[in-house]
Design a protein around this ligand. Structure first.
Ligand SMILES: Cc1cc2nc3c(=O)[nH]c(=O)nc-3n(C[C@H](O)[C@H](O)[C@H](O)COP(=O)(O)OP(=O)(O)OC[C@H]3O[C@@H](n4cnc5c(N)ncnc54)[C@H](O)[C@@H]3O)c2cc1C
Length: 434
């Protein structure tokens, strides 16, 4: 059996590894010049840095196992990180004690936020949460004051016009994840691979090549060919290449572009899933902006979603003394900010940065990069388990696994690895049933 995998992000790499381990011939097609997809990197002062900030949670066991398998475990660090919330000023929100001091909301509401985290830990059955929006669930669990004072601004800055559609399952999962990735003193602990996750991608690529996976970089798949309701291969550079199975790991909408002949119901299911784009501004500064790693923005007048100071988690010395900060912004792809140059984006952010960080001057910024991707976060709405696309397409020999399949968890490298393995398991068990 020969399998074509479309997309060399973490899902495609994981599926390729799984197939190759079972002796199946795999070709991995990636449109970009390197593997890694959203977990890709660039170089700052000779060191790899992710284009979009990346870290691990303690529950990311699939990624930890992969890091071990690739012999990189000595570089994996679990670090205490600080979390803050910006609304009029920066409030540190890393520990239960910080929460008690969070004077932006009433003392009663602070207790309610604490109870919300606690109660979330005991919710194990997520099915009822499919039927209620994040908004209604948060109001029910913690009251209108907590929703308006804390969560509504966060949902709006991340999901924009989709904020009211987000299901409670999504926020429950986020609260549980962040609440459980903690050390003994209840401080958040996040994982990072010293020297960057690019090392995972590089070592994994070597491992795939050693297993005879054919990797075709800078090779966009133009079309998945379907004849008589059977996927028969792919078209690259105008040439049809026959394969016995095709596994697509791109966003659902891209699959509909590559395969215009999909059945109508399935096509509708794929195009019904909304995705946010993201533009991430990476600033190299000559000083630190604050002492926090992760700064959530709770002020709806600020256009970005979060400020993540990477060098408050890793040391600036590791990057030649540079202070590295991401400014993340989820948005619609037709938002003019999505296509702005890095310099223009920074110019437009300066007034907000001056409001947030005392004394901020544009000339603190030595260099700036803007990374953008169209499909970065599926919007998880109500009853998603019924709307989620299947691994096995209703076209024989066509398979699909991407961020939109991950549920009830939210997308992340860990689940890309696990779902890449799962789709192969399902593909091969379908094979055995034949
Ligand atoms: C801002 C941001 C922050 C994040 N932070 C974290 C984090 O802290 N921790 C974490 O674990 N995860 C994080 N993630 C999520 C993580 O990056 C993704 O879940 C994971 O990398 C997705 O992998 P994937 O292979 O499913 O998708 P992708 O990475 O999107 O891979 C799809 C691949 O398909 C390729 N492709 C598209 N069209 C074609 C075509 N026609 N032919 C060939 N190839 C094609 C693309 O170039 C891409 O390489 C973050 C993501 C974003 C956007």
């Amino acid at each position: 059996m020969r399998v074509a995998i479309v997309g060399g992000g973490m899902t495609g790499m994981s599926a390729a590894d799984e197939l190759a381990q079972r002796g199946i011939a795999v070709t991995l097609f990636e449109k970009d010049a390197s593997l890694g997809g959203l977990a890709g990197s660039f170089e700052v002062n000779g060191i790899h840095l992710e284009k979009f900030y990346h870290h691990l949670f303690t529950s990311d066991t699939g990624m930890v196992a992969l890091i071990r398998r690739l012999g990189l475990e000595e570089k994996l660090q679990w670090l205490p990180t600080s979390n803050s919330y910006y609304v009029n000023r920066i409030y540190r929100l890393s520990t239960p004690l910080d929460l008690l001091r969070f004077s932006h909301i009433s003392i009663l509401d602070r207790v309610r936020v604490g109870l919300l985290y606690l109660r979330t830990m005991f919710v194990n059955d997520w099915h009822p949460l499919e039927e209620i929006s994040a908004r209604d669930w948060l109001v029910r669990m913690a009251g209108e004051g907590v929703y308006r004072g804390v969560w509504e601004p966060l949902l709006r800055t991340k999901f924009g016009r989709y904020a009211d559609q987000v299901a409670a399952v999504w926020i429950w999962n986020k609260l549980k994840l962040r609440g459980s990735s903690r050390g003994k003193k209840q401080e958040e602990r996040l994982g990072y691979l010293h020297g960057g996750f690019a090392q995972v991608v590089e070592a994994w690529e070597r491992r795939l090549r050693d297993q005879n996976v054919k990797i075709r970089l800078s090779t966009p798949v133009e079309r998945v060919t379907i004849e008589d309701a059977v996927a028969t291969g792919v078209v690259v550079n105008g040439e049809h290449l026959p394969y016995d199975r095709v596994l697509v790991t791109t966003a659902p909408e891209l699959l509909t572009h590559m395969a215009p002949d999909l059945p109508d119901d399935y096509r509708r299911q794929l195009t019904d899933i909304d995705y946010l784009a993201n533009v991430c501004l990476v600033m190299e500064l000559d000083r630190s902006l604050s002492n926090t790693y992760w700064l959530n923005i709770g002020d709806p007048t600020i256009p970005f979603t979060g400020v993540i100071e990477h060098t408050n988690m890793q040391r600036p010395e590791d990057y030649g003394g540079a202070h590295l900060t991401y400014i993340s912004r989820y948005l619609d792809a037709d938002d003019p900010a999505y296509t702005m140059s890095a310099e223009d984006l920074l110019d437009s952010y300066v007034p907000y940065l001056q409001r947030m960080f005392r004394g901020f001057q544009r000339d603190w910024v030595q260099r700036v990069w803007a990374w953008r991707e169209r499909y970065t976060q599926p919007v998880i709405g109500l009853h998603y388990s019924q709307r989620k696309p299947p691994f096995r397409a209703p076209v024989q020999h066509l398979w699909h696994s991407c961020m939109a399949h991950i549920y009830p968890e939210d997308r992340g490298m860990n689940y890309a690895v696990l779902y890449g393995q799962r789709v192969v398991d399902e593909m091969l068990s379908a094979e055995r049933e034949r």
